[in-house]
Design a binder for this molecule. Structure first.
Ligand code: IPM
Ligand code: MG
Length: 360
């Protein structure tokens, strides 16, 4: 398994160290692991003067999968896009055409009490947000700043989707639903935006080839409300880049903490980029308090999707589940009566739990 390891910035470094040791333990001697570490984000700027150094991109291109931490520094939205540490991830996704972003929100029963929502609303939750990742207002042209005739500054972006971009994510959604509860909810804002009307038209058309899947449509504002009110009505939510960004943070909190949510970004082949849904969390970086579980679970998704080893992903999930059952909690999921641990201790507990699982 040839893997590019890109820890990035902030808590990325700490949580990646734990994910790598869990990964090594899970894989054991069954396969040769080749891990190539490279800097990205501010770390890329420090090492090579570019948030996405050419060498890092080359390593990512050559790898079979990429395990990514988090990139960015506080206030970096003021830096021009091409040199902005936080945008390095966007550039990497685009370069590798990783258009399908899987953000599963699955409730560990042990954490039902850690959610800010009532237990009956979130208990047993298992939903998949499928976010289109390489189009939309994130990448649409023209974009930039301009000055109007009256001398006022404007910022502008373009929300745009082509039919082919929507078609390919639609197929991914319907296929994913086949392995689940066969329901796809397409989320957009077709009552206001042409871009969303096209999205909906394409979803309806592609859906005709999947008569076994129930397709519904929801406006994004209603979807945000429904995620909080009755999230268990959803199976697969498919949506564009910016709506998916927002809704996946919402969905993360349903499961107790954004520190629990892994993600997989796939293109056409098996190659993928695996990263936690959360970011660099600069306020808690370097304090050994960040939750490493989203990064650890991302390594599990990598084994499942890029290396066709769902068995190893299951082992990692089981180990995480056992650690939670034993009461280990980082501060973001802590409740009275559980055992508060730091990043390193949580990672070590998962490694120990892997060793205790029955052999493969
Ligand atoms: C995410 C993040 C990124 C995004 C940021 C860090 C650019 O919020 O992966 O959800 O907006 O896609
Ligand atoms: Mg986000």
């Amino acid at each position: 398994m040839k893997i590019a390891v890109l820890p990035g910035d902030g808590i990325g470094l700490e949580i990646m160290a734990q994910a790598v040791s869990v990964l090594k333990t899970a894989v054991g001697n069954s396969v040769a692991l080749e891990l190539v570490e490279a800097p990205i984000g501010q770390a890329g700027v420090d090492a090579a003067g570019d948030p996405l150094p050419a060498e890092t991109l080359e390593i990512a291109r050559k790898a079979e999968a990429i395990l990514f931490g988090a990139a960015g520094v506080p206030g970096d939205e003021k830096i021009p896009y091409a040199m902005r540490p936080g945008a390095s991830l966007l550039r990497l996704r685009k370069h590798l055409d990783l258009f399908a972003n899987f953000r599963p929100a699955i409730m560990f029963p042990q954490l039902v009490g850690a959610s800010t929502l009532r237990p009956e609303v979130v208990e047993g939750l298992d939903l998949l947000i499928l976010r289109e990742l390489t189009g939309d207002i994130y990448f649409g042209e023209p974009r930039g700043f301009r000055t109007t005739a009256s001398g006022e500054r404007q910022g502008f972006n373009t929300m745009v989707y082509s039919e082919s971009e929507v078609e390919r994510i639609a197929h991914v959604a319907f296929k994913a639903a086949r392995g689940r509860n066969r329901k796809v909810c397409s989320v957009e804002k077709a009552n206001v935006l042409e871009c969303s009307q096209l999205w909906r038209d394409v979803l309806v058309r592609v859906g005709q080839s999947y008569p076994d899947i129930e397709l519904s449509h929801m406006f994004v504002d209603a979807a945000a409300m429904m995620l909080i009110r009755a999230p268990k009505q959803f199976d697969v939510i498919v949506t564009g880049n910016i709506f998916g960004d927002i809704l996946s943070d919402c969905a993360a909190m349903l499961t107790g903490s954004i520190g629990m949510l892994p993600s997989a970004s796939l293109g056409v082949g098996n190659k993928g980029l695996y990263e936690p849904v959360h970011g660099t969390a600069p306020d808690i970086a370097g304090k050994d308090i960040a939750n490493p579980l989203a990064q650890i679970l991302s390594a599990g998704l990598m084994l499942r999707y890029s290396f066709d080893r769902p068995d190893l992903d299951d082992r990692i999930r089981n180990a995480v589940s056992n650690v939670l059952s034993d009461g280990y909690r980082t501060v973001d999921i802590f409740e009275p009566g559980t055992k508060k641990v730091g990043t390193v201790e949580m990672g070590e507990a998962v490694v120990a739990a892997l060793h205790k699982l029955p052999p493969r």
